[in-house]
Design a protein around this ligand. Sequence first.
Ligand code: ADP
Ligand code: MG
Length: 231
Amino acid sequence: MKVKRIKTFVKGLDEVMQGGIPEGSVILIAGKPGTMKSSFAFNILYHNANREDLSGVYVTLEQGRESLLTNMDGLGMKLGGLEKEISVLDLGMIRKKLVQLTNQTWMEVFKMYLKNLKKNMNINLVVIDSLPILEVMAKFQSPREELFHFFEWLRDMQITAFLITEMEQGSEKFCHNSEDFLADGIIHLDLRRDETDVKLWLSIVKMRQTSHKRNYLPLIFDTNGFEVVAE
Ligand SMILES: Nc1ncnc2c1ncn2[C@@H]1O[C@H](COP(=O)(O)OP(=O)(O)O)[C@@H](O)[C@H]1O
Ligand SMILES: [Mg+2]
């Protein structure tokens, strides 16, 4: 059976993974701070809303909603006109709701939000920025087990999920609680420095149901959006 795919709309990237990311996957976007993870993820929601009529929700736990939207605006991705397709949900809202619904855990409220959005807006895509912060907010007691259930829950929702994970300086680990084993795909964004320049590189480290290469491709952002330069 042919797999339906979600395009990243990064020029050159969908072509090297059979047209895009298998629909319904749970994908990690991993990188150190400043590697444009948030921008890269927002880009996927933005272009899928604009060109494919797919709805998405961006859950920002790390950065305030306004700060995120200002950044995206600066990159030429304006939310204006796409309010029906893209919701940007910020942690402050969940906290307020949580106070009112005292006998629910953070995670229960979080899941309820996503479920309602799925029902009311028929969302196809979700970005969680970031997974480590979600783990802190949810106060996971046994992270590996709870993450396993969370990934399964996301798959049951039948949405394509992008989970941003923050890599530490000096470490090559994509994550801390075996999220890389659980994920269907991993996209690694890496800043590399030579004597004169700092460049951003991208690798598809893992992508289930997909034939792809793993080599690092230069990732460029300009007025035309994101592009990888494939060999
Ligand atoms: N037009 C641009 N081209 C390349 N890099 C940019 C551009 N605009 C902003 N940036 C860089 O992107 C970085 C932030 O991207 P962001 O998506 O927030 O990264 P992350 O989420 O990985 O921390 C900023 O530090 C800034 O230097
Ligand atoms: Mg970010």
